[in-house]
Ligand binder design. Structure first.
Ligand code: GBH
Length: 461
């Protein structure tokens, strides 16, 4: 870590939160326990070729039964905030109807365990595990799913809002819509661009409906928000086609979500780009007022940024489909095990830009982290220098954005545990704690001890 980075991190403001994040399907296992039904991920994992090595979340990190030990781990690391997600098919197995008492009981115990350990519980209501029955009824491309999500949200809210202060509706709606319904890389594995665009709108509508209802029912002042994945889209040059490619990427990746959430309108240029691809946002009267229901906090998940060009390799700017070319060009940076380039300044640029274009909205880093392939020593310890350096550079990037005026309240590392990395299965490890999947032994990595140390130093100032 350079002295500049260390100085920036040392300057993080008082009250800045230090935490760690997970999601239900990636760690819980116990997929048949206590009345849980299949989600779209249980189904998708069974599609040949969908997930690396044909793996699935049946066992994962056995967090469902090891939860008290995992909470103790967070406490030992001295972190003050834990962001977890609630599994919809545990709480409301058919996607409709009343609460499943045995399912919600797990989260009830988790919240109590966290509070007893001095850790703030942050609930994410949806991290990609739609009940399969709702997918069979049309999934996110169907408007009804937005209303189902709001109903489900209230079941969780009614059970936990006496103790939980921070609520996130959706994790990364871009991923649910685009990876799930356009690219087929995530559940439910569809490749239908117009359906994916309808899903974008219905995810945002579901967020708005849930936000309005939680606000209405809030027993006291709560923080309600949403988490988006975002990045900086750099143009490869100042040439018009490159600027245009970067504009399009930023429109689809960031503004398509931020503009309706904050300003109550979809961006006109993105609407036009979608129309050129035969897709349309199925907006009805009043939807945008619902989607822009005020939020208290915006969660940002950041992993890397990319550079875009509007030129094909042969120099053309229009493809065979008649659409403008837009493709990524490497920035020639070191890469993580995901093959993602390490671009910390893209994080600073993103946070500063959001704070300027969407002022008055406090932000929290709800995920940031990296996969690396380091092997453990004979004690299970992983000296993960690459991950430690990644955290240093990205914490410094956050501090630098704060110095430039961005209002960022905390930083949650992804992830507490090595876990089920979606289509990559268990091969890619994002944990600050090593999981031996043979024994389920947990061993904090060097990066966990590093974050523990930073949080401790920060608290002492
Ligand atoms: C997060 O998604 C998830 O919330 C978390 O569950 C997951 O484990 C973690 O990341 C690590 O993957 O090249 O077209 O995909 C982040 C997903 C990956 C979305 C990078 C944006 C870049 C555009 N992000 N992706 S693309």
């Amino acid at each position: 870590s350079t002295s500049t980075e260390a100085a920036l991190i040392a300057g993080l403001p008082a009250g800045f939160r230090w935490g760690v994040a997970t999601s239900a399907y990636q760690i819980e296992g116990a997929v048949d326990a206590d009345g849980r039904t299949p989600s779209i991920w249980d189904t998708f994992c069974r599609v040949p070729g969908a997930v690396h090595n044909g793996e699935n979340g049946d066992v994962a990190c056995e967090h469902y039964t090891r939860m008290p030990d995992d909470v103790a781990l967070i406490k030992d690391l001295g972190l003050d905030t834990y962001r977890f997600s609630v599994s919809w098919p545990r709480v409301q197995p058919r996607g409709t109807g009343g609460v499943n008492p045995a399912g919600i009981a797990f989260y009830d115990r988790l919240v109590d365990e966290l509070l007893a350990s001095g850790i703030d519980p942050w609930v994410t209501l949806y991290h990609w595990d739609l009940p399969q029955e709702l997918e069979d009824a049309g999934g996110w491309p169907a408007r009804d799913t937005a209303y189902r999500f709001a109903d489900y949200s209230m079941l969780v809210f009614d059970a936990l809002s006496d103790r939980v202060d921070t609520w996130t509706t959706l994790n990364e709606p871009w991923c649910s819509a685009m990876l799930g319904y356009a690219y087929g890389a995530h559940a439910p594995g569809k490749q239908d661009f117009p359906a994916a665009v309808a899903a974008v709108h219905h995810l945002l509508l579901g967020h708005g409906l849930a936000t309005e209802r939680m606000r209405e029912a809030a027993p006291r002042k709560l923080d309600i928000g949403i988490t988006l994945n975002a990045a900086t889209a750099y143009p490869a040059s100042d040439a018009e086609p490159d600027l245009e490619a970067a504009r399009r990427a930023d429109g689809m990746g960031a503004r398509l979500y931020l503009d309706p959430l904050v300003h109550g309108r979809y961006p006109a240029d993105v609407i036009a780009d979608l129309a050129a691809q035969g897709a349309e946002l199925p907006v009805q009267d009043g939807d945008l007022a619902t989607i822009s229901a005020p939020i208290d906090v915006l969660g940002i998940n950041y992993y890397f940024s990319q550079q875009f060009t509007g030129y094909a390799e042969d120099g053309r700017t229009v493809g065979e489909d008649g659409l403008p070319i837009s493709r990524t060009l490497p920035l020639n940076r070191p890469r993580t095990a995901m093959d993602w380039e390490i671009v910390p300044e893209g994080f600073t640029d993103l946070l500063v830009r959001i704070s300027r274009d969407y002022p008055g909205l406090p932000m929290v880093v709800t995920e940031n982290g990296a996969a690396f392939d380091d092997e453990p020593d004979e004690n299970g310890f992983v000296a993960d220098d690459g991950r430690t350096a990644y955290f240093t550079a990205h914490l410094a990037a956050v501090a630098s954005a704060i110095e430039q005026g961005a209002d960022i309240r905390g930083y949650l590392a992804w992830s507490l545990l090595d876990n089920f990395e979606w289509a990559y299965g268990y091969e890619k490890r994002f944990g600050i704690v090593r999981v031996d999947y043979g024994t389920q032994a947990r061993t904090p990595k060097q990066s966990a001890l590093y974050l523990k140390d930073l949080a401790e130093q920060h608290r002492r100032r």
